[in-house]
Design a binder for this molecule. Structure first.
Ligand SMILES: [Zn+2]
Length: 294
């Protein structure tokens, strides 16, 4: 079972001209072997993405065996913990997405703690956008510093944390953090930056050299994490498709060989593709994806 843990599939809250690109139909057309996807919420005024959480829930309800969803909320909203309870208990969403850079907050700010406490109470994971923010000039990268997540993980040992995009260029901090904190995981939805996502949707870097954005972070992960498999498959669709990401992972051993780098055990790659999601999620008897702790 292959689960894309980071996809942007939306029909509301985006500009009309972008709707086809974000549609479920477009996602499934380019999914390759992906069986299920988690829709990641965005409540990001700063980049004109405010996706209603109800709209994510409606997409999930229309296709519950293939879709699950994370809500997004503003952490400085004093009513955010109650809104989170509504999103989980009433709408059936299974996680929270926050973006310190786009929402302008420090993730270790105690003002966010009631929201993290509510995540623990609801036994759902929280995913943080971290590292760079390439889409928005006003986004302040300092808020996305991966090191700030360390304090959250320390303060809330029962909170399951996903660092999105392996923290972009801060991937060494992310991987060190995963190694150190049992409750921290990461998704590898950075492939579109590696020049591997060019399916008509992806960005097109002028230098096509996957070593810097794809091989190097994964290599550091495999060298550092030992037996721990904490890297989740993610596409950041529509920046890259399910087919792009799985193909890129499968091509990794060949790239390593071509570059004269040490081989990566195939089992480790297979685990990213189809096993590691089980550390955070599970399937119900009805085939719905839910947090592993439910
Ligand atoms: Zn994303």
């Amino acid at each position: 079972m292959i689960i894309d843990t980071h996809a942007h599939i939306h029909t509301d809250g985006i500009e009309p001209g972008m709707k086809a690109r974000f549609s479920p139909e477009s996602y499934w057309r380019t999914r390759g072997e992906v069986d299920m996807a988690i829709i990641i919420g965005m409540m990001f005024k700063s980049i004109n993405f405010e996706i209603p959480n109800e709209s994510i829930a409606a997409l999930v309800d229309a296709d519950p065996k293939r879709l699950a969803g994370f809500c997004s909320l503003y952490p400085d909203d004093p009513d955010a913990p109650n809104k989170l309870r509504h999103c989980v208990r009433d709408l059936g969403l299974i996680g929270l997405k926050l973006s310190p850079t786009f929402q302008s907050f420090y993730p270790n700010d105690p003002k966010c703690f009631p929201l993290y406490k509510a995540c623990v109470e609801l036994a759902i994971p929280v995913a943080f956008h971290t590292g760079s923010s390439l889409m928005s000039r006003p986004a302040r990268i300092i808020y996305g510093d991966v090191k700030l997540i360390d304090e959250v993980a320390q303060e809330f040992p029962d909170l399951r944390i996903i660092v999105c995009h392996i923290g972009y260029s801060q991937y060494t901090d992310t991987i060190d953090l995963m190694k150190k904190q049992p409750n921290v995981y990461a998704d590898c939805s950075i492939c579109h930056l590696a020049g591997l996502g060019q399916d008509g949707h992806g960005q097109k870097p002028s230098v096509h050299y996957p070593y810097f954005h794809w091989v190097r972070p994964l290599l550091y992960n495999f060298c550092t994490m030992g037996d721990q498999d904490k890297l989740l498959l993610g596409t950041e669709y529509p920046s890259a498709s399910g087919k792009n990401i799985v193909d890129a992972l499968m091509a990794l051993p060949g790239m390593m060989e071509k570059m004269g780098l040490p081989p990566i055990p195939q089992e480790k790659i297979d685990n990213i593709i189809s096993e590691n999601w089980k550390r955070l999620f599970k399937l119900t008897g009805q085939g719905r994806l839910v947090p592993a702790l439910w």
